[in-house]
Design a protein around this ligand. Structure first.
Ligand SMILES: [Zn+2]
Ligand SMILES: [Zn+2]
Length: 278
């Protein structure tokens, strides 16, 4: 459990086992490697990529909501995976012998890089490209606020209401990056998608920590601790996040080894803002 002033996040992420992140305040989840009961009420599920440790319980989420008579959730998926997910849902339906005439496939929303969707009037999500071994997206959630343009500040409400009636635009829309979730990824994503460093909260993977695992990290499309350290040296001004959550460690390591390694290797100013998901 990660408790921030505005969010209470339930998160789990171990490579090959499962990844899921639940954010009840935003009515959303990222990935669905397991489906806790706390995940069931969340209406928006953002899937980063099709590997089983990130998606295995997506259909369980959908089925539990159906059983409970809830409206379907929306599952945002990389657009290249739509056919596969629909095929999976259909195979499962046949296997379970569901003959309900009213059966509908899960509500998949294929997403493209750069696409924006609105969760409500003041909360938007934008997808961006992530480098892994198969099509993968990251997502940034933005608080969207209206702000008076400088020339209208201090004007009384009556006058603004009059301007509104006349169709005058006296407000700017401000997009405040609140949370970015990157699933499995090589370090290349950070070099290209530098905007992720402006989110208040950032989820990053560091699957491998040991010196002899650099090749395997590359081959499997993951980040090695040395990649992250090199990025922090080369681009010290990019990650301005208040909170950085490191996750998706290899299941070979135990908790003590992960904490010990990261506490000794990460630069102190970075470590102070870092939460280690073990
Ligand atoms: Zn994974
Ligand atoms: Zn993966």
């Amino acid at each position: 459990m990660l408790e921030f002033p505005q969010e209470t996040i339930t998160a789990f992420s171990i490579s090959a086992l499962a990844t899921y992140v639940l954010v009840p305040e935003l009515n959303c989840a990222f990935d669905m490697g397991e489906c806790l009961m706390d995940a069931v009420p969340l209406d928006h599920v953002f899937i980063t990529h099709a590997h089983g440790d990130h998606t295995r319980c997506l259909l369980r989420h959908e089925a539990l909501r159906r059983l409970m008579g809830m409206a379907p959730a929306t599952y945002y998926i990389p657009r290249q995976t739509e056919e596969g997910f629909l095929g999976l849902a259909e195979a499962w339906r046949k296997l379970e012998n569901v003959r309900d005439k009213n059966y509908r496939p899960p509500n998949f929303h294929p997403m493209a890089e750069g696409e924006v969707i609105w969760l409500h009037r003041q909360l938007a999500a934008k997808a961006f490209k992530v480098d892994h071994t198969l099509p993968s997206l990251g997502y940034t959630l933005f608080d969207v606020r209206k702000k008076l343009k400088a020339e209208f500040q201090g004007r009384p409400g009556r006058e603004l209401a009059e301007l509104r009636r006349k169709g005058v635009t006296f407000e700017d829309e401000v997009w405040l990056p609140r949370m970015t979730f990157i699933g499995d990824s090589t370090i290349d994503t950070l070099y290209r998608e530098r905007h992720v460093g402006e989110s208040r909260i950032l989820f990053l993977e560091v699957t491998y920590l040991m010196e002899d695992e650099r090749d395997i990290a590359r081959q499997r499309g993951h980040t090695h601790l040395e990649d992250l350290l090199a990025f922090l040296r080369e681009c010290p001004d990019v990650l301005n996040n208040q909170h950085i959550i490191l996750k998706h460690f290899s299941m070979r390591y135990d908790r003590r080894l992960i904490l010990h390694t990261l506490k000794h290797r990460l630069p102190k100013p970075f470590l102070e803002r870092t939460h280690i998901l073990v």
